[in-house]
Design a protein around this ligand. Structure first.
Ligand code: MN
Length: 261
């Protein structure tokens, strides 16, 4: 199931999951191409606009909440259906709404020529946009068929970057447990150094590494685990490895390597 679902993640979503500021261009670029290819409403021939030239700028679409890649009770041994429902339907949905609101606010500012709120709007864009990206990755970083060992390509990359798969597990768990307050453990491919790195991202948008391409994430905000694990973040992080979706991370690594060329 995990393989089917992660493969079903479309290219726009995949490209949209770039980290930090680096995500903006691919999201808009690919969204724009998708919009250009969408069927247009029928109308009189003379009213029809000519098709946009290749690479032409078109209006980007609003962001939407993707469905969970499995039923809400599919991870019940790890996280309850109640946690997943609240987390996806309320928290993740809120970040999608906040992202669209930030973009609408920026559009309004441009129209009015009034940038008095620009600092707040840029902060909202970074927070909610990164929140949307990270949550989309998080659902796919877990699978009811997860756990076990990584596929050979990912295992080799983990070994080259961290010494061994077990050394990766220990560092990822330590970073996720030690991160202060609302944070994320992130495994990412860093194209300049051609290596994997582990980040402890704070909120959604801080402590990142520009251009790094996230492969696998663990949400350690309290809303992710408190209803079952209370204040025991450590057990939640340790058990995350029981459902970890190595296959998804391996596919993301393949995508990152193709983008790097
Ligand atoms: Mn969350």
């Amino acid at each position: 199931m995990s393989e089917k679902k992660s493969a079903a993640l479309d290219r726009r979503e995949m490209l949209g999951m770039m980290a930090g500021a680096a995500l903006a261009a691919p999201v808009l670029g690919v969204s724009g191409l998708a919009a250009a290819q969408a069927p247009r409403p029928a109308g009189r021939e003379k009213d029809k606009a000519p098709p946009p030239a290749r690479g032409a700028t078109v209006s980007p679409q609003p962001y939407t909440l993707p469905p969970l890649p499995y039923p809400k009770n599919a991870l019940d041994g790890f996280l309850s259906a109640e946690i997943l429902e609240l987390h996806h339907d309320k928290h993740h949905a809120g970040y999608v709404r906040g992202l669209n609101n930030a973009l609408a606010g920026l559009e309004e500012a441009r129209k009015k020529g009034d940038f008095a709120q620009i600092k707040a709007l840029e902060r909202e864009l970074a927070f909610h946009g990164s929140g949307h990206v990270l949550h989309t990755l998080y659902w796919n970083s877990m699978s009811p068929n997860g756990g076990g060992n990584p596929p050979p390509r990912l295992a080799d990359a983990l070994t080259r970057s961290f010494g061994s798969v077990d050394a990766f597990r220990k560092q990822f768990a330590a970073a996720s447990k030690a991160a202060e307050a609302s944070a994320w453990g992130v495994l990412a491919y860093e194209p300049l150094g051609d290596r994997l790195i582990i980040l402890a991202v704070e909120d959604h948008q801080n402590m990142g590494f520009q251009g790094a391409y996230p492969l696998l994430v663990c949400d350690v905000w309290e809303h992710a685990y408190y209803l079952r694990y209370k204040n025991d973040r450590g057990t939640y992080v340790d058990r995350f490895f029981d459902v970890i979706n190595w296959q998804f991370a391996d596919e993301r690594l393949g995508e990152a390597l193709r983008l790097r060329g």
